[in-house]
Unconditional design. Structure first.
Length: 198
């Protein structure tokens, strides 16, 4: 097989894997992790049931991959927020606008919450999820700490303020899942007022 065909085959495999992960994301959100079957995911992806198993050996492996990717995207978002120009409040403004503009973020959090409560994942996998959550909380706490030094973010324990911020942000992100309308453009401004030192 020529190098070009190998590269094309790898690209096709990566595309198919993403297709399955996207379908799992949709079905885990719609039906719930416990009720969702691999056959549901295959149907949503437009693939045969057996074809999905060429990429993921189990629903647990697929769920674990989806969560790892979602948490890494959030890590990347936090890292990028910390690199934005302006003060820390500007950086959190960027984060909240970006987070709430992507309809998938709230759904990703909903899947993560289900995974933590599910028996599908091992305790070790749940511990991995928790460690990544704590790492992300530290990234946000770092931005908040910087804002306190700048005088633009309210006083208080930066880690607790990060947890409050994430709780509000993810809660707003799940409005649609809970049957409310999508958050308004001003929702993030209300959150920022809670953090603001002024």
């Amino acid at each position: 097989m020529s190098p070009r065909n190998v590269e094309k085959d790898l690209q096709q495999r990566a595309l198919r894997k993403k297709q399955i992960i996207d379908a799992a994301f949709t079905m885990f959100t719609k039906r719930g992790i416990e009720a969702c079957k691999m056959s549901d995911i295959a149907q949503c992806a437009g693939l045969s049931h057996g074809h999905v198993y060429n990429y993921f050996q189990s629903k647990e492996e697929l769920l674990d991959t989806l969560i790892q990717r979602s948490q890494q995207l959030y890590t990347d978002m936090l890292t990028h927020a910390g690199q934005q120009p302006g003060n820390a409040l500007d950086q959190i403004r960027w984060l909240t606008e970006y987070y709430l503009a992507d309809y998938r973020t709230g759904k990703a959090y909903w899947v993560l919450l289900q995974a933590q409560a599910s028996d599908l994942l091992s305790d070790a996998k749940k511990q991995d999820i928790h460690q990544r959550m704590m790492h992300n909380q530290q990234l946000l706490a770092g931005i908040i700490r910087k804002g306190q030094q700048e005088g633009c973010i309210t006083a208080g324990d930066p880690e607790e303020l990060a947890l409050i911020t994430v709780t509000l942000l993810t809660g707003i992100g799940m409005w649609e899942i809970r049957g409310f309308t999508h958050s308004s453009a001003s929702a993030h401004e209300h959150l920022l007022k809670l953090l603001s030192a002024n």
